[in-house]
Design a protein around this ligand. Structure first.
Ligand code: ADP
Length: 332
């Protein structure tokens, strides 16, 4: 600024004394010069800002870059619903980290039946179940739905027929009604009421300060684990899914909650294809097929009774849960 001011004073003196330029012209010149300087300053400021945000800009570019990132290819066949079975044929899978999570999985999930996945924590049960709604695709092998590769189906139409009731149900910061009808439009009040009733959630909802209008989530009422799960079951009932994935809660629920949840899960499972990730064997004794997983491999499959007779891994788990003997490193 000092240099700028000095230059302007020199220009005025030189212009006036040696070139005989009238003072008013010199003043206009200085005025224009000053404005020009301001404009250059703002350009300079913008350039500094751009440099400042360059780091963030690079991160955003990296996020938006599509090359060398795995994307799920969407199919173009509308999912017509499950008629016979879902078949896993020599399926291998690993997450980005590389180590094999599922290897050589061959199994058939029959329509309208209950298939239970059993195994220690980290065996790959949830990963296997998450391949069905295509949260991930197998690395090798195929999943066939009525002999059509799962990847051929349009993902939205496929997921519309699937509901997942998992341990960590997300409760949105909105009313109970909206939490139950989440993702659906124009749902009638009576339908929401019935879903809450069938999922054994009605009683606790009516006890809330504004029943179905009570705001849940951040600023609202906090729900217990069991109540959240019953909201999840009501959500699933409302969607009327053909395929139901149940990831049963491991958390210690009190016996009343456990009974209520079990009851509502049984109602939800009627006439549906159920894939149940089981932590308590009592819930899957009636399963049509039990798959025992260990370190990503199927080590046993058959009906509960058949597997008990084989006296293998399921038999050991059964002993732990019903007779109380201890097996290390088991979450069952
Ligand atoms: P389970 O349901 O039998 O407890 P999971 O399918 O959750 O087992 O996990 C199987 C293995 O995959 C575990 O070693 C787990 O750490 C790993 N895993 C699970 N989810 C991810 C993920 N999103 N990214 C990387 N590894 C994962």
């Amino acid at each position: 600024m000092a240099i700028g001011t000095t230059v302007i004073i020199i220009i005025i003196i030189l212009g006036f004394r040696f070139f005989k330029i009238p003072v008013e012209r010199l003043l206009i010149f200085v005025y224009v010069l000053q404005n020009l300087v301001k404009m250059f300053q703002s350009v300079n400021f913008s350039a500094t800002q751009i440099n400042y945000f360059q780091g963030s800009l690079n991160s955003i570019k990296e996020l938006l870059r599509v090359e060398d990132k795995p994307y799920l290819q969407n199919g173009n066949v509308l999912f017509p619903g499950l008629k016979h079975s879902i078949r896993f044929v020599s399926v291998n899978f690993s997450y980005n980290s590389g180590s094999c999570i599922l290897s050589n999985i061959n199994l058939t999930i029959n329509q309208g039946k209950m298939t239970a996945l059993v195994g220690t924590s980290g065996a790959g049960k949830s990963t296997l179940a998450s391949l069905i709604p295509r949260f991930y695709d197998p690395l090798e092998g195929q999943i066939l739905v009525d002999d059509v590769d799962l990847r051929k189906f349009e993902i939205t139409s496929l997921r519309r027929k699937i509901a997942i009731v998992s341990q960590d149900t997300f409760i949105f910061n909105t009313s109970v009604r909206n939490n139950i009808a989440y993702g659906l439009e124009n749902v009638e009040e009576s339908t929401i009421y019935r879903a809450a009733q069938q999922s054994n959630a009605l009683e606790f909802i009516l006890d809330l300060p504004e029943s179905f209008d009570t705001q849940l989530g951040d600023r609202g009422v906090k729900l217990s684990g069991g109540q959240r799960q019953r909201v999840a079951i009501a959500r699933a009932l409302l969607r009327d899914p053909e395929i139901l994935i149940l990831d049963e809660a491991t958390s210690a629920l009190d016996s009343v909650s456990e009974r209520l949840i079990q009851e509502s899960l049984e109602k939800l499972s009627v006439n549906r294809t159920v894939i149940a990730i089981a932590h308590r064997l009592s819930t899957i004794i009636r399963a049509d097929k039990v798959i025992v997983l260990e370190k990503g491999c199927i080590i046993e499959q058959g009906s509960y009774q058949e597997l008990l007779e084989q006296k293998g891994k399921l038999w050991q788990y059964h002993q732990v849960q019903f007779n109380g003997s201890a097996i290390p490193n088991s979450d069952l």
